[in-house]
Write a protein that binds this ligand. Structure first.
Ligand code: NAP
Length: 474
C-alpha cells in the first residue's frame, strides 16, 4: 500500500517511492514516499503558519490535545504493537511494552503542558535593581525538527512530539527509513485530535538528504535528534545557532560488587538488559564487570538463563530474540565477535549467526578492553563479562569509554554505591539495577559521545523553549 506525507493536515502523494520490507521475512509492507526539497519546504511553510494557531492555545487546551492522543493509543494498542513487530522486528512482548511506555510519555507531556513555570527575581539584590518587578517566562521556539531512529519508533518519537506540543511549538518529523509505518499511524491518530492542522507534519525519506536539509533550514529553530553518534555529531556542526538536543549511543556497563547475592531476579534482570530487543537499545547492557569472588558463578548462571531465551518470529508473543534490523548489522556483529575471539576472548554461549538475520544471544568473557565488542557500541545481542579485584579498577573500566549514557552497580555497601555515583562519568547511575532501566519522566541523556542535552518531557520542554526576562519598573 502506498503511503502519503502528512502536511498541513492533508495526505500528500510523493513523486518517488521506496519499498519497505519486513526485516524478519523480507515481505513487502508498503511503499514509502521519498520527500523532495519542495515537500520539505511545504512542511516548513505549514508549520510556520500553524505557529499562529498554536500561540492561541492555552496550556490546558494543549494538554487536552495530548490526552486525546493518549486515548487514541489506548484504543489502538494491539494494532500499534503489530506495526512495531512488522517493521522493526520487535518481538510482540517488547512491542506491547513500548506502546505502554508511549502512552505514559504522552500522558506525562499532557501533564507537563500545565507546568511551564518561570521565576520571580529579586533584582534589588544589587544596587541599581530597586523598584522593579522582574520575572521570566518560557516561550516556544517555533518550528522543531525531529529526526528519530528505528529502535523505539513510537516512544522516541513521543519524546519529541509530546514536549513540542506541550510547549506550544510546531513540529516536522523525519522518522527512520526502516520504521516509517509507526509515524504514519501516529499522523492518523493526531489527525483525529484537535491539534491545529500544520502543527504536526510528517515527511519520510533519506536522512542524509531530507534530514540534513531540515537541520540546515533557517526557519527550523530547534533540532531534536536521536540516533547514532556519527550522524548526531555531524548534524551539530551543521546546525548553526539552532537549539540542538542529541540522544546518541553507548556501550553501557554494570558493576557487580563482591558479596552480592546472585539471585534469579538479578540474573534475569541482567539477561533482560543485555538481550531485550536483540540488544538494539541505546542503554543495552554491553559490558559487565563482576568481582572475582563470584565471577564463575555469575558466568554459569548467565549462560543458563540466556540459553532459555526463545528465538523466533517477532509476531509470536513468546519470542525473546528475533531478526536484527539489517543484514549489514549481522555481518558487522559477527565480524566484531570473531575478532574478539582472535584477540583472546572466550565464548560462554552463542557466537554465531543462527539464520540469515538472527544472531545467537552471545556472552563473551575475558575480553580485551580495546576489542570492538567492548569499546564500540555493538547494538546487537552480545554482552561482555569480565572480572575485577579492586573496586576502583571496575570504575575505571566503566569510565574507559567514548560514551557515557547510563551505568549500573549492584552492591550491598552503601559507601561504595555512593562512591560509584560520584566517580562514574555518565548521564545517569542506577544503583542495584542494570543501566537499561528507564522510565519516561526521568532526565535522560548522556555525556561524552552519548549526547548533548536531556530528554524526559520536563527537560525536553526546557530544550524546546526560550527563556524571556520581563522587568517592570514601578
Ligand atoms: P542512525 O542511522 O543515526 O539514524 C537515525 C536517524 O537519523 C534516522 O532517521 C536516519 O534516517 C537519520 N539520518 C541518517 N543520516 C543522516 C544525516 N546525514 N543527516 C540527518 N539525518 C540522518 O541511527 P539508527 O541506526 O536508526 O539508530 C541506532 C542508534 O541510535 C544507536 O547508536 C543508538 O544507540 C542510538 N539511540 C540513542 C538513543 C538515546 O536516547 N540516547 C535512543 C535510541 C537509539 P535514515 O533512516 O533515512 O537513514
Amino acid at each position: 500500500m502506498r503511503k502519503k506525507f502528512y502536511i498541513s493536515g492533508k495526505w500528500i502523494e510523493g513523486s518517488k517511492y521506496e519499498e519497505l520490507l519486513a526485516p524478519h521475512s523480507d515481505e513487502k509492507l508498503a511503499e514509502i514516499p521519498l520527500a523532495t526539497m519542495s515537500n520539505l519546504e511545504e512542511a516548513i511553510h505549514a508549520a510556520k503558519n500553524a505557529s499562529f494557531e498554536m500561540e492561541k492555545l492555552s496550556s490546558h487546551e494543549r494538554s487536552v490535545i495530548l490526552e486525546q492522543l493518549v486515548e487514541q493509543f489506548k484504543e489502538n494498542r494491539t494494532q500499534l504493537a503489530e506495526i512495531l513487530a512488522l517493521e522493526a522486528s520487535k518481538p510482540l512482548k517488547a512491542a506491547f511494552g513500548e506502546i505502554d511506555r508511549t502512552i505514559a510519555t504522552y500522558k506525562i507531556a499532557a501533564e507537563e503542558a500545565k507546568r511551564m513555570y518561570g521565576e520571580t527575581l529579586p533584582l534589588d539584590a544589587v544596587p541599581g535593581g530597586e523598584g522593579r518587578i522582574t520575572y521570566t517566562v518560557r516561550e516556544p521556539v517555533g518550528i522543531v525538527g525531529a529526526i528519530t531512529p528505528f529502535n523505539f519508533p513510537f516512544n522516541l518519537v513521543a519524546h519529541k512530539v509530546g514536549p513540542a506540543i506541550a510547549a506550544g511549538n510546531t513540529i516536522i518529523l523525519k522518522p527512520a527509513s526502516q520504521t516509517p509505518l509507526s509515524a504514519f499511524a501516529l499522523a492518523e491518530m493526531i489527525d483525529k485530535t484537535d491539534l491545529p492542522k500544520g502543527a504536526f507534519n510528517l515527511v519520510t525519506g533519506k536522512g542524509s538528504e531530507i534530514g540534513e536539509a531540515l537541520v540546515k533550514h533557517p526557519d527550523v529553530k530547534a533540532i531534536t535528534f536521536t540516533g547514532s553518534p556519527e550522524v548526531g555529531i555531524s548534524l551539530k556542526s551543521k546546525s548553526g545557532l539552532k537549539k540542538v538536543t542529541l540522544e546518541l549511543g553507548s556501550n553501557s556497563a554494570l558493576i557487580i560488587d563482591e558479596d552480592v547475592k546472585l539471585t534469579d531476579e538479578l540474573i534475569n534482570r541482567c539477561v533482560w538488559g543485555a538481550f531485550v530487543y536483540n540488544g538494539q537499545v541505546c542503554i543495552s547492557l554491553q559490558r559487565i564487570y563482576v568481582h572475582q569472588s563470584i565471577y564463575h558463578e555469575f558466568l554459569m548462571k548467565m549462560k543458563n538463563a540466556t540459553e532459555l531465551l526463545k528465538i523466533g518470529s517477532p509476531m509470536d508473543l513468546q519470542t525473546d530474540i528475533s531478526a536484527l534490523i539489517s543484514k549489514r548489522d549481522i555481518e558487522r556483529i559477527d565480524d566484531w565477535v570473531k575478532k574478539s575471539i582472535e584477540e583472546g576472548a572466550e565464548v560462554v554461549t552463542g557466537g554465531n549467526i543462527l539464520k540469515e538475520r538472527i544472531y545467537q544471544p552471545t556472552i563473551l568473557s575475558n575480553v580485551k578492553n580495546n576489542s570492538e565488542v567492548s569499546c564500540k557500541e555493538i547494538f546487537g545481542p552480545v554482552v561482555v563479562i569480565n572480572s575485577f579485584n579492586e573496586f576502583d579498577d571496575a570504575i575505571n573500566e566503566v569510565n574507559n569509554s567514548r560514551f557515557g549514557l547510563q551505568a549500573g552497580i549492584f552492591t550491598d555497601h552503601l559507601q561504595r554505591a555512593l562512591y560509584a555515583t560520584k566517580k562514574l562519568h555518565v548521564g545517569g547511575v542506577l544503583v542495584n539495577d542494570v543501566p537499561t532501566f528507564r522510565v519516561d519522566l526521568m532526565p535522560y541523556g548522556g555525556v561524552k559521545e552519548s549526547g548533548y542535552g536531556r530528554e524526559g518531557i520536563k527537560y525536553a520542554i526546557q530544550e524546546m523553549t526560550e527563556m524571556k526576562l520581563i522587568s517592570i519598573k514601578l
